[in-house]
Design a protein around this ligand. Structure first.
Ligand code: NAP
Length: 358
């Protein structure tokens, strides 16, 4: 990801929260009139961090207290609890599904930190937003996603949907067993989550072919990139795991033509965002028998409407967006660490490229 250019006021605003203390040298009694520049200690004043979110108030208060405990020099305050002057003083907003109209009431934001890894909705709702948006990159989240990818790949690999159906029918029938090394799993997206998932699958013995926008290397995986390589990846993927962000390029990516490029009997796992897969085309591919099963954690509309045909489709496993939930403990530590680092050095982690969409 690209490092954003800083707003013109970046330097001035970040410095405004610091005061400089001059420490007396050890030899205080004999020291000269001026303190040594080597003994300057920079101490932050108390900064205001606005918490902006459409999650429930109780959860927001939990995040605020967690972050406040990790950031003794800061006040992390829910937007609704900020007075007018405090809204003007806030340089950082910590957000989770923020209302754009609320963010607009923080005129001096220097940057925004998302508590979530996926920022698709923010990107869509904030066209032309100026302050850099930093999203959560948490190794624990990547570990959780890799665990989910392995779990549901094994669920499909060991034919659990078929055995569950056989049990409902009181049917005793042993399906043929294949070893993991006889199976290739394709992963669309080799970012923080996709690359962790690839490593976990390789460790479990699967062949992995991965796809990204730009060249990526994952040890042990066959890595391809660019629109031209997608067909090769799909043709090789008996199992397909989707972990690309939802952007203008990936919306509807897995349409009828792309689904048809998967091998006969392929199985699909979508852990990214619902609209990357065309739902009507997916149902057709399942009904025709071209696809054997789909595990869906994400949907065009969430929660999945009660009248959706996906609920009862025998070829679909529905999950309620649980593949990789944010871990409040590790996420708070990472967000607090990024804020401390910025206060100390003025440096931000790589920001989301709002133009590119991720
Ligand atoms: N279900 C859940 O519980 C859950 C939880 C968290 C996140 N997610 C989803 O997971 C997604 C991925 O997260 P992440 O942290 O791994 O994102 P990331 O680090 O930004 O990685 C995204 C990957 O997708 C690739 N990509 C993007 N657009 C592409 C295109 N047009 N063609 C080919 N490859 C493309 C990127 O290519 P480059 O490497 O070339 O940039 C990168 O490899 C999130 O956006 C979110 O939707 C789901």
């Amino acid at each position: 990801m690209e490092v954003p250019s800083e707003p013109a006021s970046f330097e001035r605003q970040s410095e405004s929260k610091y005061c400089t203390l001059f420490m007396q040298p050890d030899t205080a009694n004999t020291a000269g009139p001026l303190p040594s520049t080597e003994t300057i200690v920079v101490m932050p004043e108390q900064g205001i961090i606005a918490l902006v979110s459409r999650i429930g108030e109780a959860q927001q208060r939990l995040w605020a207290s967690r972050l406040s405990a990790l950031l003794p020099g800061e006040r992390v305050v829910l937007f609704d609890d900020l007075c007018e002057s405090e809204r003007g003083a806030a340089e950082i907003a910590v957000v989770a599904n923020p209302d754009p109209a609320v963010l607009a009431q923080l005129p001096n934001l220097v940057w925004v930190h998302s508590l979530w890894a996926g920022v698709e909705r923010m990107v869509a709702e904030l066209p032309g937003f100026r302050p850099p948006v930093v999203r959560l990159i948490d190794p624990e989240l990547a570990r959780t996603m890799a665990e989910a990818v392995l779990a549901w790949t094994l669920y499909l690999f060991r034919d659990m949907p078929a055995y569950a159906q056989q049990q409902r029918e009181r049917r005793w029938h042993q399906l043929e067993y294949r070893r993991p090394e006889q199976v290739t799993v394709g992963i669309l997206g080799l970012g923080a989550l996709g690359s962790a998932a690839a490593l976990r699958l390789i460790d479990a013995g699967f062949n992995v072919i991965g796809w990204s926008r730009s060249p990526r290397t994952v040890p042990g995986a066959d890595c391809r990139h660019g629109a031209g390589a997608l067909g090769q990846v799909l043709a090789a993927s008996q199992f397909l795991v989707i972990l690309t962000p939802l952007t203008s390029e990936t919306r509807g990516l897995m349409n009828a033509a792309r689904l048809a490029e998967l091998p006969e009997g392929a199985k699909l796992i979508n852990f990214a965002r619902g609209p990357i897969v065309d739902t009507a085309n997916l149902i057709e591919a399942l009904d025709s028998g071209h696809l054997a099963h789909a595990v869906l954690d994400v949907f065009d509309e969430e929660p999945l409407p009660v009248d959706s045909v996906l609920w009862n489709h025998p070829g679909v496993t529905v999950l309620p967006h649980i593949a990789a939930p944010t871990d409040p403990e590790t996420a708070a530590q990472i967000v607090a660490g990024n804020i401390r680092c910025w206060r100390r050095t003025g440096e931000l982690p790589p920001a989301v490229d709002l133009g590119r969409g991720y």
